[in-house]
Design a protein around this ligand. Structure first.
Ligand SMILES: Cc1cc2nc3c(=O)[nH]c(=O)nc-3n(C[C@H](O)[C@H](O)[C@H](O)COP(=O)(O)OP(=O)(O)OC[C@H]3O[C@@H](n4cnc5c(N)ncnc54)[C@H](O)[C@@H]3O)c2cc1C
Length: 615
């Protein structure tokens, strides 16, 4: 038998043959009292998250011959990538002239010059290849009459280095683009025998001597803690829209990856930049794709006016999201919301029934099912909805996680997709660039992980206490004799975040919000998880998620308070101008017991010098 070590309470199974010299399930010690460690699993690579980023990486690793485990808290095809509607960008020029260089410029300008230009250039160059790869996998894209991939307009994507009109760049499958990409990737992963562990919830990273060697997770179906050890670990856990009450994000988008990274002592980057999408269904936040405006939809206020002509006279409804959301909010504040409420109308009636049913069938279905409104006959009430996180876990261009946020790689750990900050979106992401980001960087992470594995790094010996924090966390939640229910704290957090740290921000509001979060964190210590069971304990899961939401919201608000300028999606009423002299830099934020600490790093500018951003 090969080198062998006892782990108290662990039952070693499965893939561990390579290392432990046995593939029998083997209970080494008696089970500990209380929360159990059920299994230790060994895989070459461990990926947390089964959206586009996670599954693309898994496929690359599997094709390179490595053994991969993908852990996900929801079934893979329920990942939020599947909710994406409008499209994925690439300068294919299928319908009209377009160039990779134009896409490069638009993304830099869209980012309000905070995106790193080396990373952006790499992404837009890779875009056509990614689309063709998807096509070869079998993605059923919409087609032009001559059989090419159909493309539509999207905000901020224009001709001739910003000088021309909108350009047809968003590759689409009606208004279900994310759905077909996700399902096709899933089919490929099944074909290549990627191993999935569905409904496993990430609890912590295992870091030993400055190296990430695994994760601990909670088995949602059966209860119990599992340890996944690997030589290469990827976080692809998606966004954190659920910090807000009005959001387009699915219920699973609760910042779990970010919480885990912060608790491992790592920084987060550019967290003040939260994108609000202009067209969330009023009161609900559910998304109506920007493609609806790309197809020619209007935004109108209570006077029936297309108010965008006063905010972005040239690009109108197709200005980038930060510009349109601010315009909507300004109308609402000026009393020109419909019925004096927090919404305006998205009017599609002039597009006609045929176009709506052909190009925007899901939008129609959502409006009819959720609000009883048929967009063919009536305008649809919409309001800005928390949509996308530009910030996240700092990585380099190969998706390696940076322990100091700047240069130093935390060996063994990668991050890709919406949870990561490369940064290709800077202060504001252009629509359709995120499916692209998740795919390009998922693939890139997979390739880099495979290259690392090919150097044959050894498996480290797991520290005996590797799951201690995770056990303590679960035991505390199950046994805490508190009175506060997770739902009540979460609701207060979300509603206040929408009102105090939303489209417009100001010092007093942000300070108020910070104090609210501190108070909610105190109340969290008195939390009550009523369900004590092991099996599918959603009460426990919501309490775990809430901690991540509270800690992430704290960093968002502190970073927003710290950045005394307006740039992209971060708009300070008290500092309405962009301030390149002091703030053309990325924020790095560490959450500590004494509050949030900051450091900065320069923006990579290679080609396009910062200019005033007008649309
Ligand atoms: C409604 C909507 C429409 C959109 N439309 C577009 C569009 O048209 N074009 C575009 O470019 N972008 C769009 N976006 C953005 C884009 O869809 C996302 O940014 C992108 O899909 C994120 O992919 P991802 O792989 O990073 O994460 P996701 O697809 O969100 O997947 C995250 C994964 O992490 C897992 N996970 C999370 N926490 C845990 C945990 N604790 N334990 C285990 N697993 C965990 C989840 O189970 C999931 O599998 C849209 C977003 C929304 C919300």
């Amino acid at each position: 038998m090969a080198e062998y070590k006892e782990y108290r309470g662990m039952c070693v199974v499965g893939e561990c043959k390579k290392y432990y010299g046995t593939d029998d399930a083997k209970v080494i010690h008696e089970e500990p009292k209380g929360v159990e460690i059920k299994n230790v699993h060994l895989h070459d690579a461990v990926i947390v998250g089964a959206g586009l980023a996670g599954m693309y990486a898994a496929l690359e690793l599997k094709k390179a011959g490595y053994d991969v485990a993908v852990l996900t808290k929801v079934f893979p095809t329920r990942s939020h990538s599947g909710a994406a509607q409008g499209g994925i960008s690439a300068a294919l020029a299928n319908l009209e002239e377009d160039h990779i260089e134009w896409h490069f410029f638009d993304t830099v300008k869209g980012s309000d010059y905070l995106g790193d230009q080396d990373a952006i250039e790499m992404m837009v160059k890779e875009a056509p290849r990614i689309i063709y790869e998807y096509e070869h996998m079998g993605v059923p894209f919409s087609r032009t009459p001559d059989g090419k991939i159909m493309q539509r307009y999207f905000g901020g994507h224009v001709k001739d280095f910003g000088r021309g009109g909108p350009v047809l760049r968003a590759c689409m499958a009606a208004d279900r683009t994310g759905h077909v990409l996700l399902h096709t990737l899933w089919e490929q992963c099944v074909k290549y025998n990627v191993r999935f562990y569905s409904e496993f919830f990430l609890l912590s990273l295992i870091i030993k001597s400055g190296k990430c060697i695994g994760v601990t997770v909670w088995d949602l179906i059966n209860g119990g803690i599992h340890v996944f050890q690997g030589k290469a670990i990827l976080l692809a856990t998606g966004g954190y829209g659920r910090c807000y009450s009005i959001t387009s994000n699915s219920h699973a988008n609760t910042a779990d990856g970010l919480g885990v990274v912060m608790r491992a002592g790592l920084p987060l980057e550019d967290m003040e930049f939260v994108q609000f999408h202009p067209s969330g269904l009023a009161f609900l936040g559910v998304l109506l794709t920007e493609g609806a405006r790309g197809e020619g939809g209007y935004l109108i206020n209570n006077e029936g006016e297309r108010f965008m002509k006063r905010y972005a006279p040239e690009k109108m409804e197709l200005a980038p999201r930060d510009v349109v959301s601010r315009a909507m909010w300004a109308e609402i504040e000026a009393g020109r919301g419909i019925n004096g409420q927090q919404y305006v109308y998205l009017d599609l009636r002039h597009l006609g029934a045929q176009k709506i049913m052909e190009r925007l069938p899901q939008i129609r279905e959502i409006s009819m099912k959720l609000l009883g409104i048929d967009p063919i006959k009536e305008p649809v009430p919409v309001q800005p909805t928390a949509h996308y996180s530009m910030g996240g876990i700092p990585t380099d261009i190969c998706c390696r996680v940076l322990a100091d946020g700047k240069e130093k790689w935390l060996e063994g750990l990668w991050a890709a997709g919406e949870c990561a900050c490369v940064s290709v979106h800077g202060a504001n992401r252009l629509g359709t660039n995120s499916l692209l980001d998740a795919s390009v960087h998922g693939k890139r992470a997979g390739k880099d992980m495979a290259a690392y594995l090919s150097t044959n790094p050894p498996y480290e010996v797991l520290p005996e206490d590797c799951a201690l924090d995770a056990i303590k966390q679960i035991e505390w939640l199950l046994n805490n004799p508190g009175t506060e229910r997770p739902g009540a704290i979460r609701k207060e957090l979300q509603e206040n975040m929408y009102n105090l740290c939303g489209v417009f921000r100001r010092k007093e509001d942000l300070e108020k919000m910070y104090n609210i979060i501190k108070d909610l964190q105190r109340r969290y210590k008195n939390i009550l998880v009523q369900d004590k069971g092991a099996k599918f304990n959603t009460d426990l899961m919501e309490a775990l998620e809430l901690r991540n939401l509270l800690e992430t919201a704290e960093v968002i608000v502190a970073s927003a308070l710290n950045r005394t300028e307006s740039r992209g999606a971060h708009y300070r009423r008290d500092y309405p101008n962009r301030d390149d002299e002091n703030w053309l830099k990325h924020t790095l934020a560490w959450r500590t017991e004494e509050g949030v600490k900051f450091d900065y790093k320069p923006v990579v500018i290679t080609r396009f010098k910062p200019e005033e951003r007008k649309y």
